[in-house]
Design a protein around this ligand. Structure first.
Ligand SMILES: [Zn+2]
Length: 120
């Protein structure tokens, strides 16, 4: 039996000039798609199946956020045969970011205060 959701996802997230809505994804839809999450650039929507506990939910959210970042800032426009490599890269980066941000909460403040960059 999956864990109950114990974290609240942000309702939306700004990625460059685009704002993605963040919604929970009903487990039946996620299971049918055989994924924990999804990032639709057409709908500007990130869907997260949030019934697998806080750690998985954070990791999946970051995973989908990385797809959004890749879409907005590039390089998300890779040839189809590189899609699998892109998934491996995004998956590893999401796991790493989840761990690093969880272990270094001050990093969020550092990034927030450093953004947007001061013009030279
Ligand atoms: Zn992915």
């Amino acid at each position: 039996m999956p864990e109950s959701p114990i974290i609240v996802l942000p309702k939306q997230i700004k990625v460059g000039g685009l704002t993605y809505q963040v919604v929970t994804w009903h487990p039946s839809g996620a299971q049918a798609a055989r994924r924990f999450g999804e990032c639709s650039h057409l709908e500007l929507t990130i869907r997260v199946d949030d019934v697998h506990g806080a750690e998985r939910t954070r990791e999946v959210f970051l995973h989908e956020l990385l797809h959004a970042i890749g879409h907005v800032f590039g390089p998300d426009h890779l040839p189809q045969d590189l899609d699998q490599s892109k998934e491996v890269y995004v998956g590893a980066t999401a796991m790493g970011l989840t761990a690093v941000l969880a272990d270094n909460p001050e990093l969020v403040r550092f990034i927030r205060d450093a953004w947007p960059p001061v013009p030279a």
